[in-house]
Design a protein around this ligand. Structure first.
Ligand code: ASC
Length: 142
């Protein structure tokens, strides 16, 4: 039993390490979360809204948002949660990417303006765009 689990874990680890594009994009999506999550804490009223801090997070999110989309090299599906549809339906994947980047742009604009109502609306749109793309293009955990 333990041996089977050990070999399964090594097999998964080995596959991920054999796919540097996938590893890089997972890291890049985590960079996005380092801004998006603390913004969510403020939006959910679990931390105070401070305009300058929030605006900095939004600017960081805007800078980080396009990066993982440069990492979906052809042939980089193996050992990752990426679905084959990313490469077989590039127009649909591109539309999801655009939805996300547009919503991130609106969130940044609202944050720089200090418009909390617009922040709430656009934050929610960013979250919906994450979910929409994951539903279509991200498979279950490995
Ligand atoms: C997150 C996160 C996502 C999105 C998504 C929103 O914080 O990791 O994938 O928000 O859950 O619906």
């Amino acid at each position: 039993m333990y041996k089977t689990l050990l070999f399964a874990a090594l097999a998964v680890a080995g596959t991920v390490h054999a796919n540097p594009s996938a590893e890089a994009r997972v890291k890049d999506f985590k960079v996005i979360l380092r801004s998006f999550e603390p913004m969510g804490v403020v939006v959910r009223d679990r931390a105070p809204y401070r305009k300058d801090d929030f605006a900095r997070l939004a600017a960081n999110l805007k800078a980080a948002a396009p990066v993982p989309f440069t990492r979906f090299a052809a042939g980089s599906q193996a050992g990752s949660r990426a679905k084959a549809e990313i490469w077989s339906q590039p127009a649909k994947f591109g539309a999801e990417k655009k939805q996300f980047l547009d919503a991130v742009g609106r969130l940044d604009a609202a944050a720089q303006a200090g418009d909390l109502a617009a922040i709430r609306a656009s934050y929610s749109q960013v979250g919906q765009s994450c979910k929409s793309c994951h539903d279509a293009f991200r498979g279950p955990p490995l």
